[in-house]
Design a binder for this molecule. Structure first.
Ligand code: R5P
Length: 290
């Protein structure tokens, strides 16, 4: 199998290639023209080959999506047998419904573009609580991998009898997987989003005095959700708070906001490169490709 990457994920793709013994690197030339258009050139023989294309679509999702489509479609055009899309952070997953009249359901629009260009799909911790899961949602074989094992290992090695918290209903499955593995007490808060950058959390009564708390979420974007969750557990007496997410999008002051709220450490993975991407999902993806 060949593996290549769009400009969003060269480092992650390289790590996956090193971990997957049979993966051969395929070079792709990617450029922007002065007018902003995208240039793609496949620099290798691909006829009859299975090709994995790694492109996580964070922070600049529209450009990364277009680049991915150009790469995947060109590979097909050059005779590749199968395109395996590896999109660790799948964009627009939160806009999976028409919340207000007239809104574009952009998740469905992106889904169609991926189905049209790709034979198989791997994503990581996709935000999909309103839908039936990627296996049923996509018309192509698709699988949602989870980074949970990385946080379980972290907690086993670095935390003492942690209490696991999910900041909102959407984290319930994730929290229960992690808490079960750690045999940990756990709870899930209720969240109301007042505006894109403001949330309110409802926690119920908990005694977290002298407890180490692990808060887990799929995405940290503005950091508002995580900061409020940290503040809440600190207010309940938590002695140490670890804030963990799979996708550290970290818009603007997000990280500062969470530390200011009292987090002891904020950790995330390299689905989105960032200053807190301490863990790599490359092993999980390479294992799946094998
Ligand atoms: C949505 O509910 C997700 O699970 C995250 O909680 C959310 O995307 C985080 O966004 P923000 O950091 O902007 O509060």
């Amino acid at each position: 199998m060949l593996i290549c990457s769009g400009s969003a994920s060269t480092s992650l793709a390289t790590k996956i290639q090193r971990r997957g013994e049979t993966l051969k690197w395929l070079e792709i030339e990617k450029k922007r023209f002065p007018d902003g258009e995208t240039y793609i050139r496949i620099k290798g023989e691909v006829e009859g080959e299975q090709v994995a294309v790694v492109q996580s679509m964070y922070r600049n999702p529209d450009h990364y999506l277009v680049e991915y489509l150009f790469i995947a479609k060109t590979l097909k055009d050059l005779g590749a047998k199968e395109i395996i899309g590896i999109i660790p952070y799948f964009p627009y997953a939160r806009q999976d419904a028409r919340f207000n009249p007239g809104e574009a359901v952009t998740f469905d629009l992106v889904k169609e573009l991926i189905e049209d260009s790709t034979n198989k799909l791997l994503v990581v911790d996709i935000h999909q609580h309103r839908r039936r899961g990627v296996e049923k949602e996509f018309r192509i074989p698709a699988k949602n991998l989870s980074a949970a094992e990385l946080f379980i290992k972290y907690a086993e090695e670095n935390m003492n009898n942690p209490f696991v918290v999910g900041p909102d209903d959407e984290s319930v499955n994730w929290v229960s997987v992690i808490a079960r593995k750690l045999s940990a007490e756990n709870t899930v808060f209720r969240k109301k989003r007042v505006s894109p950058e403001e949330v309110e959390l409802e926690s119920g009564k908990l005694d977290l005095r002298q407890r180490e708390v692990l808060i887990v979420d799929d995405i940290i974007s503005t950091g508002e959700t995580m900061a409020k969750a940290v503040e809440t557990v600190k207010g309940m007496g938590a002695s140490r708070v670890v804030a963990a997410c799979t996708h550290p999008i970290l818009v603007k002051e997000a990280l500062k906001k969470i530390y200011r709220a009292g987090a002891d450490i904020v950790i995330g993975t390299d689905t989105v490169p960032s200053e807190i991407s301490f863990f790599s999902v490359s092993g999980i993806i390479a294992r799946e490709l094998r």
